[in-house]
Design a protein around this ligand. Structure first.
Ligand code: CDP
Length: 705
């Protein structure tokens, strides 16, 4: 094998004295070439076996550097490794030129923050470099991703690149969802951050992992923050030889470095692709009315995509919008010959998300996406990007909120005083207090002493299932009352509540949709209404479902999502808790008062912090028990269809627009709550009915004055 160096670079092999065969002909920078030569030496000398004849001193680093290999050599493996190396050199990803420096630094300093633009090769290459360098005491490098689809697609890509380089096809593996029987023996694991968190719950030492790579750290989800805190604890353990790389396109590197003991920050510079930008101004005034509830920029994005399709050369178009509704609308309204439009948003099933990777010969792919696709997905053949420039952010704000599952997880790790836990951005004391109060109410934790809390058995279930405690509470309560299937369906419709009923289009379309909804409205409220819809849909033969949805203004995709959510929960109940869900529906919207009652208490037990009382006056509406806030039922609420307003309700969400509205509301009879027999699963006495009642009196007394 001969490598001819220079600005141009030619690579020849000499096989069995046959004539030189030109393998690659490239133009590369000196720095990349150095990395390549170093990698080749490494492949031949350490991996290939046999004996490598070092180049003569006078030829080293000059024009020709011949490698001669003799003896027992694993040629197939060498061949694969060399091909991979040549491919890397050809791809010219910016990170390639920094391989040895990065590895040397991570060897020395254990922790590193790596900053580099999207596409510089962080997710796909760095992880391979680390795995090949054999850093740490064991073999495995685990790289976390915020999203399932990126976890799978990056792992697939790396698998393709490494074909034949490792001992078997399981050397690179993707764990998009958690299961407690996932082994940690592979060379490279791509896992969602949620999945790694769940593994932490199983064993805080993460045995077998030598290097953790946290990707997309700039997204700063609550999962990432919790992971970073847990890894920090692990790094403090002197007996554990663990490396950490935190990768980000834009993160506040200094904050991350400060949090991790002032570690190194490494910048990978350089873009891999030239980008042409073209700005289009949107004539928003002229078109608003014609597009009904859809914002004008959505129209502009569809129009621009059509224009590109009509006038530009082949290549996939990716257009960014801000919500699932906009994406679905755009797909429906993008109709052009020789093009196929795809939606891409977080609520699509795996299979549907993966359709964007399929080939459609002779057709142009046009993908309308939410910002799901922005950072972590590489779409093959992508040539044109249309960006509305708008974004709806639902970002984790560390100081403000705190997910209840996150608290629970901290406690599950044996940390009893949450306020002392070392977060990169600690949640405020109020946020922690509120989360603790809610968890106590849900019966997931109990106070052990002072400001120390511990998990209850139920809390442990929620952590095992990786399920938000409210939904877990609902599901478990239903199980105890033999309404398992209903419980899963309720949790699924609760998670999809905002998208089950379609209400888009012109004013007339909306009126029609409202009229169609009336037939489903249940006097106990929205969750019962949605449960009947789901049940009715599930009972239909598969090929009748789409038409039924269309006829009744129901979102067919939401129904499918609910069904998938039910399946996923069934699977984890079986796997983690050995609970088999009966396939029988017991609840019927018209018949069983007893089941109705249990389902209501299940809902109340899950949403117990969201109780509201009716003032007795339409204009005053309801008052939230915990805060005293005055609120109204949302116009879309099923209870609006009934003349008599229930005295007590629980709600899923508070929506603030012109007024403060209660959304996803269920009516219940407060007076019968304490007399429930057997008593409800949640710790009812912590809710203090007397206090609520007196609050009702004083609260409304004030209002009426
Ligand atoms: O992590 P970072 O954004 O820095 O880059 P990367 O995800 O490692 O991507 C490096 C290159 O690999 C991209 O520019 C794509 O060309 C390619 N890639 C791909 O084709 N398919 C994937 N699933 C991931 C990356």
């Amino acid at each position: 094998l001969k490598a001819k160096k220079g600005v141009r670079f030619d690579l020849y092999t000499e096989l069995s004295n046959k004539k030189d065969a030109l393998v690659a002909e490239l133009e590369v920078t000196e720095k990349r070439l150095d990395e390549f030569m170093a990698a080749m030496r490494c492949i031949l000398k350490y991996i290939g076996g046999g004996k490598l004849e070092e180049p003569a001193a006078e030829t080293k680093g000059v024009d020709v550097e011949p490698f001669l290999l003799q003896g027992e050599v694993d040629w197939v493996k060498i061949h694969r490794l060399i091909l991979r190396e040549i491919r890397r050199l050809q791809d010219g990803l910016p990170i390639y030129a920094h391989r040895r420096e990065i590895l040397a630094r991570i060897r020395d300093s254990q922790i590193m923050v790596l900053i580099g633009e999207t596409g510089s090769g962080k997710s796909t290459q760095l992880v391979q470099f680390l795995a090949d360098a054999g850093i740490g005491s064991s073999e495995t490098v685990i790289c976390t991703q915020p999203r399932k689809i990126a976890t799978i697609s990056i792992a697939d890509r790396v698998k393709g690149e490494c074909h034949g380089c490792y001992k078997d096809s399981n050397s690179i593996i993707a764990y998009p969802t958690f299961s407690s029987d996932q082994p940690f023996g592979s060379k490279v694991i791509y896992a969602t951050d949620h999945c790694l968190l769940q593994h932490f719950m199983n064993d805080r030492n993460l045995p077998g992992i030598s290097c953790i790579v946290i990707d997309e750290a700039h997204e700063r989800s609550s999962n990432t923050d919790l992971l970073l805190a847990l890894i920090k604890c692990l790094l403090l353990d002197q007996t554990r030889d663990l490396r950490l790389v935190i990768m980000s396109a834009t993160a506040d590197a200094n904050q991350l470095s400060d949090y991790f003991f002032g570690c190194d920050v490494f910048h990978v510079s350089g873009r891999s692709f030239p980008v042409d930008l073209k700005y289009i101004s949107s004539d928003s005034e002229a078109s608003t009315s014609a597009w009904g509830p859809i914002a004008p920029y959505v129209q502009e994005v569809v129009k621009t995509s059509k224009e590109i399709h009509r006038s530009e050369k082949e290549g996939t178009i990716l257009a960014f919008l801000t919500s699932q509704q906009e994406v679905e609308w755009a797909c429906e309204n993008f109709q052009a010959p020789l093009a196929v439009a795809f939606p891409l948003h977080g609520k699509l099933s795996f299979e549907d998300q993966f359709r964007i990777f399929q080939d459609f010969p002779g057709k142009r792919k046009v993908i309308f996406a939410t910002n799901l696709a922005e950072t972590s997905l590489t779409i093959p053949g992508l040539k044109y990007v249309v960006d509305s420039g708008m974004v709806k952010e639902s970002r984790f704000e560390p100081g403000r909120g705190m997910s209840m599952l996150k608290v629970l997880r901290i406690l599950a790790l044996g940390i009893k005083n949450i306020s002392e836990f070392d977060f990169i951005d600690a949640p405020s004391h109020q946020a922690i207090d509120m989360a603790i109060r809610n968890l106590v109410q849900l019966g997931a934790i109990r106070q052990s002493r002072g400001s120390y809390y511990e998990l209850t058995d139920e809390g442990r279930y929620f952590v095992k299932l990786g399920i938000e405690p409210r939904l877990g509470k609902l599901v478990l309560y239903c199980f105890r009352h033999r309404l398992g299937k209903e419980g899963l369906a309720l949790a699924a419709v609760m998670a999809n509540a905002s998208s089950i009923f379609c209400r888009v289009g012109t004013k007339d379309d909306k009126i029609k949709a409202d009229c169609l909804k009336v037939q489903f409205c249940h006097s106990s409220g929205d969750l019962f209404t949605m449960l009947s819809v789901f049940k009715e849909w599930e009972a239909l033969p598969r090929d009748h479902r789409s038409k039924w949805c269309w006829d009744n203004s129901i979102n067919a995709k939401s129904m499918r999502r609910c069904q998938e959510a039910v399946k996923e929960m069934e699977e984890s109940l079986r796997r983690e808790l050995d609970i088999i869900v009966p396939s029988l529906w017991l609840w019927s919207p018209h018949k069983s008062a007893g089941h109705d009652k249990h389902l209501k208490w299940a809902i109340v037990s899950a949403l117990v912090e969201n109780v509201a009382m009716y003032s007795g006056y339409d204009q005053l509406g309801y008052q939230v028990a915990m805060t005293g806030q005055t609120v109204r039922l949302h116009p879309s609420c099923s209870l609006q269809m009934f003349a008599e307003k229930p005295s007590w309700v629980v709600f899923g969400e508070l929506l603030s627009t012109v007024h403060d509205y209660l959304v996803c509301v269920t009516a219940f009879d407060f007076e019968s709550l304490p007399s429930l027999d057997p008593p409800p699963l949640f710790d009812f006495h912590n809710m203090d009915c007397q206090k609520l009642r007196s609050k009702k009196m004083t609260g409304f007394g004030t209002l009426l004055l």
